[in-house]
Design a protein around this ligand. Sequence first.
Ligand SMILES: NC(=O)c1ccc[n+]([C@@H]2O[C@H](COP(=O)([O-])OP(=O)(O)OC[C@H]3O[C@@H](n4cnc5c(N)ncnc54)[C@H](OP(=O)(O)O)[C@@H]3O)[C@@H](O)[C@H]2O)c1
Length: 267
Amino acid sequence: MATSLIGGLVQSGVPANQILVSEPRDEAREQIGQRFGVRVFAENHEVAEVAEILVLAVKPQVMRDALDSISPSVAGRSILFISIAAGITVSSLEAGLGGSPRIVRVMPNTPALVGAGISGLFANCAASASDKAHANLILQAVGKTVWLTEEKLLDAVTAISGSGPAYFFYMLEALQAAAEAEGLDAKTARLLTIETALGASRLALAASESVATLRKQVTSPGGTTEAALNVLQSEDVFDAYVRAVAAARRRADELSRELHPTNETTT
Ligand SMILES: NC(=O)c1ccc[n+]([C@@H]2O[C@H](COP(=O)([O-])OP(=O)(O)OC[C@H]3O[C@@H](n4cnc5c(N)ncnc54)[C@H](OP(=O)(O)O)[C@@H]3O)[C@@H](O)[C@H]2O)c1
């Protein structure tokens, strides 16, 4: 995820020498430096001592170690912290950093790898309008952004856009299998299904109508689409999506509480 952000920022015109990266693994560090021309460091505190905006992009399980490694260097300095770690709450980041840090918590998704991500963002009380603008610019380097007014809604974002690529991949898997069962070769099945998903998404983005209206517009009475949708409706696929998203949102909340046993339940 950090590599996507670095690539997006460099591509969007941020001078590479203004981006400082801390990466503990020698090989990965060398690769990042060579690929993007950014300045690389082996120790987190080397970056924390000079950065004005610090993006925390470690796995949730190692966030505590990462915060311990930077907290002495950031004490008393004016820094905006942006965390993309799933489930690590603002209050836990505040406790780990000490003082009254300015924090933006972000839930990105993997299409960020190709600049087509969407991120949900939430700012704590200490973060200013200018901090939010900076965080927005950074995440917009890899896609679109939406701002949330309540931190717990990040669990819903996790369940929709964080986990969402997998729902679409699952649908594409099923459609490709169906295409092959109908006699199309694998390459054609792949092209037809992926291009249809992309085309439908682009049409939905461009249209002023709701997706329900778009669906009705391509469903002629007694036609082929209606025959297919009748099967999906009789199998309660609509409700299955609603239940699947609720399960993901509950799991996001559970995982967050496993990381911070004192968090309140939001299910
Ligand atoms: N991938 C997603 O779809 C996604 C979506 C939303 C949010 N996120 C969040 O994004 C964060 C990063 O995920 P990822 O998939 O990009 O993980 P990742 O590929 O494992 O990247 C984490 C990076 O942090 C480095 N690291 C490990 N310990 C460190 C330490 N103590 N100090 C500094 N750097 C350290 C790792 O180095 P090594 O190479 O040595 O391990 C690795 O380069 C996670 O918190 C995740 O919850 C990910």
